[in-house]
Design a protein around this ligand. Structure first.
Ligand SMILES: Cc1cc2nc3c(=O)[nH]c(=O)nc-3n(C[C@H](O)[C@H](O)[C@H](O)COP(=O)(O)OP(=O)(O)OC[C@H]3O[C@@H](n4cnc5c(N)ncnc54)[C@H](O)[C@@H]3O)c2cc1C
Length: 312
């Protein structure tokens, strides 16, 4: 396709919107494949291992468990091979893949090498960077000392999408994981390769890219919704065809590559200036020390943040 098509959209189903990290584009797209009897290869959280892992999904119930952004690198394990085998065994079916930009590019290559590129529809995510899965797993285990975890939600919209909070249930009680979110957004734990990511751009080799539509209050204030909006970038003709088929499930507005701008569509996230100090402290003092020390906001930092927000 000559140029990328850009849309702001959100699912018309308010219950799905509340459970999705952005505007529910993933659910709308995957519904289309699942309704036809196709398979979806995506990531879900595993509470026994405390890690995100890719897996093949055939039902909406299984897919629902994959909703929500998980701020950790997801493990592919054998799932891509399983996807390939499933395609071989089901020659008239398609496979939808969802993952970060690097995973989408790798999966596309894998499908090409196996002569299956036409049968894999690839959706990638805009990505700030995937944090170390080891740090999350250790933190989760440390929280679990006081009760089993469930209902993990890195982007809980109970206070709205723009003020979303990280939460998890422990022994039935909801607790905050804001310290973990802070060390992620402060860039201490993002994997080194993410800081030189070649997929932080608008044009990609996948069919569709999805993410959050930020700064809408400037470009389309009458379309803002406090429960979040998806940004959808369409790169291929079959991506456009698919979007036409699912459009009636979404409230949509056409946009452009200027109004949808965000940093990770232009360049990778820069590493924190004190990243090495975080890791050295982690090796010396362990996870609890680092969460307390780097995850808490001191009065000085709160003032710094307020001033930054006030600047144009
Ligand atoms: C680590 C990470 C960083 C992100 N950074 C940005 C950003 O800077 N800007 C932005 O606009 N959007 C970012 N996103 C994407 C955004 O948060 C939403 O995931 C995306 O818009 C899809 O939302 P949704 O409402 O359509 O779907 P949801 O129903 O929320 O589904 C989320 C989809 O993402 C997949 N997924 C979740 N976690 C992972 C993971 N760790 N690895 C691989 N796949 C995963 C799920 O399998 C599912 O397919 C990021 C996502 C992740 C996982």
């Amino acid at each position: 396709m000559e140029k990328t098509l850009v849309y702001a959209c959100r699912t018309k189903d308010r219950e799905v919107l509340a459970k999705s990290s952005s505007g529910g584009a993933f659910t709308a797209i995957s519904d289309y494949f699942l309704d036809r009897g196709d398979a979806v290869l995506c990531s879900a959280y595993n509470y026994d291992e405390h890690r995100a892992r890719f897996g093949l999904v055939f039902t909406k119930e299984e897919r629902d468990a994959a909703r929500g952004s998980m701020y950790m690198q997801s493990y592919a394990l054998d799932s891509w091979k399983e996807g390939l085998m499933w395609l071989r065994q089901n020659p008239d079916r398609m496979l939808l893949f969802t993952g970060t930009g690097c995973q989408g590019a790798a999966f596309r290559k894998f499908m090409e090498m196996n002569g299956m590129a036409k049968r894999a529809f690839i959706v990638d995510l805009i990505c700030h960077g995937a944090p170390s899965p080891k740090i999350w797993a250790e933190y989760a285990r440390s929280l679990e000392r006081e009760g089993r975890l469930s209902n993990l939600n890195f982007k809980n919209k109970k206070t709205g999408w723009s003020k979303s909070v990280g939460t998890v249930c422990r022994g039935g009680e909801e607790i905050s994981i804001r310290k973990y979110r802070r060390i992620y957004t402060d860039r201490y734990t993002i994997r080194p390769s993410c800081h030189v990511c070649p997929y932080t751009r608008i044009d990609r080799e996948t069919d569709i890219t999805i993410g959050d539509f930020w700064h809408m209050e400037k470009s389309m204030p009458d379309f803002v919704d406090e429960m979040g909006t998806s940004l959808v970038l369409i790169h291929t003709e079959r991506g456009e065809e698919l979007f036409d088929k699912i459009k009636d499930k979404l409230d949509c507005r056409e946009s452009n590559t200027v109004d949808c701008w965000q940093l990770n569509l232009e360049e990778p996230t820069k590493p924190s200036e004190i990243r090495h100090k975080f890791w050295s402290d982690y090796r010396k003092h362990g996870i609890d020390y680092c969460m307390e020390h780097y995850g808490s906001v001191t009065l000085m930092r709160r003032i710094e943040r307020k001033i930054k927000k006030m600047l144009p």
